[in-house]
Design a binder for this molecule. Sequence first.
Ligand code: PMP
Length: 301
Amino acid sequence: MSASNVTPISEAANAEKPKLWFDGEIADVDALQVDLTTHAMHYGSGVFEGIRAYATKNGAAVFRLPEHLERMRRGAELLGMSFDAQQATEATLATLRANRHRDAYIRPLAWYGEGSFGLDVSGRPQHMMVSTTPTLVHLAGSRARVAVSSWRRNPADSLPPLKLCGAYVNSILAKRESKARGFDEALFVDKDGFVVECTGANVFAVKNGRVTAIEHRDALPGITRDTLIALSGAQSGTLTYEELLDADEVFACGTAAEVAPIAEIEDRRFGENPITRELAALYARVVRGEESASSKWLTPV
Ligand code: PMP
């Protein structure tokens, strides 16, 4: 083998390096550093999204990108940040292309940066990044064991249900507690006994063939939830914890979780879940562009 057809190791390694979009440029992940006075690191003053791209027969496509970025815009607005959805769209597509990702999880994040430790964010530097990571593991099909959280969900009149960074400390506490008790996931129930959501997913119940998308003012208005309502004609409504335990099937849904059957809630075991399986399969076809409903929800990469 001659030297001319050997790719230098440094160049080969470079080609493999994951890239991300940061403040207008595509860069190597490991080339970037963040100032230790970054406001978002101290106070959670940022907003993010969790989005997915799927391999379809026409190439990679992002599922419901405008809706995700609109939710992010609302969070940014609340924090007083400027947010350009067109720029975020281009950044998302550019990052997917740079990483040559097809099935991918996409994480845009906008945050307040370096400066002082004061709580006033006006005039503070603002940054944005988009990272993409391959999603090789399909979560749908794994059956979660769920504990009821002793922590209440952030009430909407204290912290609105948007993807604000700091709000997720609440989810982290609940997740930690459920894991410590030997469960996989936590369910938030409010003080009046109404079901709110899981730490990063909305909840549905099925009773006598009727599908209910659980609604609560403190729960994130999920885009997967909205998709499943549109696909199945599920009713949106409130549900008490007792009613949830009385359901025939319960599942969680979200961009990352997709449609995830729940096997157990505390000591209540759920058996067969035919409707959940049917919805999970339908959702899997929709996100991959295999259904007529797909086209309006997919942005080609
Ligand atoms: N609730 C919470 C708290 C979440 O973090 C998520 C994930 N974004 C969801 C619900 C589901 O939302 P979506 O379907 O838009 O991903």
